[in-house]
Write a protein that binds this ligand. Structure first.
Ligand code: AMP
Ligand code: ZN
Length: 508
């Protein structure tokens, strides 16, 4: 097997990937905080890690892929660790149990991930399901002298930790620099140092999510969950830890401090970070409010009816965001995400998506053409290097844009052969099929979904035709026929709404 190189945030270099215990690979990715729907930016991150997971599987590794769900402890001001719990706040506003909020958005998250054809992780642990593990870890950190208790709260002592360890190993920032650029401790006088962060917080009376602990009835800080859960499922040191780049300075920096503070061992060998999806150059984020939800964009597939987010209007996805001319299939969006390397920003726009959709269609059309190509005895094109070039691209830090460029070489060859401009042997055709099966379908996780969208397009035109006929019948005062059309459509599971502007419909 040729070496795979992965860019490691710690060394700021591409390093050869050498798992601790081959063929096993431990892979942890910070999952979403489920207080609202995930947006397309979150999806970019999880899709990027899906491709890495798929490639590792393709190479024959036995991967344990752990992606958590944050359902407690992520406060509104995540840097200072202050403010209301994000899920607790939604529960209060919607007058629901916090776990009802989490359940609702977990359904939505899993459906969106399935629409984007991402593979489910091997373990999907929740923070609230691992309170004893977090308490145990905090106890060890206190025992080791890296944390202190103040009035029922437990804080990690960053400056003490930094005496013996590099607290800025991920961000590349010295402790002095971080101290100089952090707010004063106004209102947080319990902390000894301004970089200290909470491992456990005492619950205020109005705080809903609370557990017993040796220090107070309270709840864990946000960072400790990932240290505790990665340790539980992958061990004190494991191979790869991923997340968005925005997690480097605080969440991941503190994860390392906690794990080292607990076990004296570096927790992760390769730290991998994805860059942000942007809108007009600005990071897409729930707090900025510039988010796109997948349902506002996707067309095609039906959400499963048991999902709380599958309101009738979304039963057949018909993305209708004002910034977009039309809706896009989840596969076109997935392809769009792969056209940029995961460490570069990706700007989201109507033009870029439209161009990607065309590229995706060309790639898939060529596959269909390939199935009808007749081999000849002699090849007029040497394609022997193409398969290797695809591996070279993925081995170079999962370089999907270069992979796609190679795939378009395949497309050109297939189309030229179809136009009788070149000839291919049986072996060449096998190679091209291998490239498609391995790289397009298995590793990039793209799939032909034309049948689905074709069915939807046909359904749309047929229902619209019937509604036009019904309008005509009404205009002709043939109410028997107009009522019959309406009733038959309702019987078939279609809801019709009449208004001054005309009739609209949706699936039940
Ligand atoms: P959150 O639920 O906000 O904790 O985010 C879940 C994951 O999505 C984290 O790994 C974030 O880094 C990532 N993420 C958030 N916003 C974006 C974005 N605009 N582009 C790419 N990834 C993002
Ligand atoms: Zn995390």
């Amino acid at each position: 097997m040729q070496p795979l190189f992965i860019y490691n945030t710690v060394t700021r270099k591409k390093e050869e990937f050498k798992p601790l215990n081959p063929p096993f690979v431990g892979f942890y990715v910070c999952g979403p905080t489920l207080y609202s729907d995930v947006h397309i930016g979150n999806c970019r991150t999880f899709t990027s890690f899906d491709i890495m997971y798929r490639y590792l599987l393709h190479l024959g590794y036995k991967v344990r892929y752990v992606r958590n769900i944050t359902d407690v402890g992520h406060l509104e001001d995540e840097v200072a660790g202050e403010g209301e719990d994000r899920i607790g706040k939604q529960a209060r506003l919607k007058q629901l149990e916090p776990m009802e909020i989490v359940q609702r958005y977990s359904f939505g998250f899993r459906e969106v991930m399935a629409l984007l054809n991402t593979l489910p992780p091997s373990v999907e642990p929740t923070a609230s399901g691992h309170i004893p593990e977090q308490i145990e870890m905090i106890e060890k950190i206190i025992e080791n002298g890296y944390a202190y208790v103040e009035d029922g709260n437990v804080y990690f002592n960053v400056e003490k930790f930094a005496e013996h360890n590099n607290y800025g190993v991920l961000s590349g920032r010295s402790i002095e620099d971080q101290l100089n650029n952090t707010r004063e401790l106004d209102g947080q006088e319990e902390k000894k140092g301004r970089l200290d962060f909470a491992l456990w917080k005492k619950a205020k009376p109005e705080h809903i999510m609370r557990w017993n602990s040796p220090w107070s009835v309270g709840f864990p800080g946000w960072h400790i969950e990932c240290s505790a859960m990665s340790q539980k499922y992958l061990g004190n040191t494991f191979d790869i830890h991923g997340g968005g780049m925005d997690l480097i300075p605080t969440h991941h920096t503190n994860e390392i401090a906690q794990s080292v503070g607990c076990c004296g061992q570096v927790p992760v060998n390769y730290w991998v970070h994805t860059n942000m999806l942007t809108l007009n150059g600005q990071k897409m984020s729930r707090s900025l409010g510039n988010v796109f939800l997948p349902v506002e964009l996707f067309t095609g597939k039906k959400l499963s009816p048991h999902s709380p987010s599958a309101t009738p209007s979304q039963a057949l996805l018909e993305g209708k965001h004002p910034l977009f001319d039309k809706a896009f299939s989840p596969m076109a969006v997935r392809f769009f995400m792969m056209q940029t390397h995961y460490r570069s920003t990706l700007d989201f726009s109507n033009e870029a998506l439209t161009a990607s959709e065309k590229g995706f269609e060309r790639l898939m059309d060529a596959y269909k053409t390939l199935q009808s190509i007749q081999p000849t005895d002699k090849s007029s094109e040497d394609i022997s290097a193409l398969l290797q070039k695809c591996y070279d691209a993925m081995n170079d830090d999962f370089n999907t844009p270069v992979l796609i460029a190679n795939l378009f070489d395949c497309v050109r060859i297939i189309n030229s052969c179809n136009d009788k401009k070149l000839t291919l042997t049986k072996k060449d055709i096998e190679t091209l099929n291998t490239i498609y099966n391995d790289f397009v379908f298995q590793i990039m996780g793209l799939k032909l979904e034309e049948e689905q969208s074709k069915t939807n397009a046909v359904l749309h035109s047929v229902v619209n035709l019937l509604l036009d006929m019904r309008n005509q019948a009404k205009a002709d005062k043939n109410f028997g026929l107009s009522d019959e059309i309406r009733n038959k459509l309702i019987e078939a599971g279609i809801q019709i709404k009449d208004s001054k502007e005309g009739s609209t419909w949706k699936l039940n």
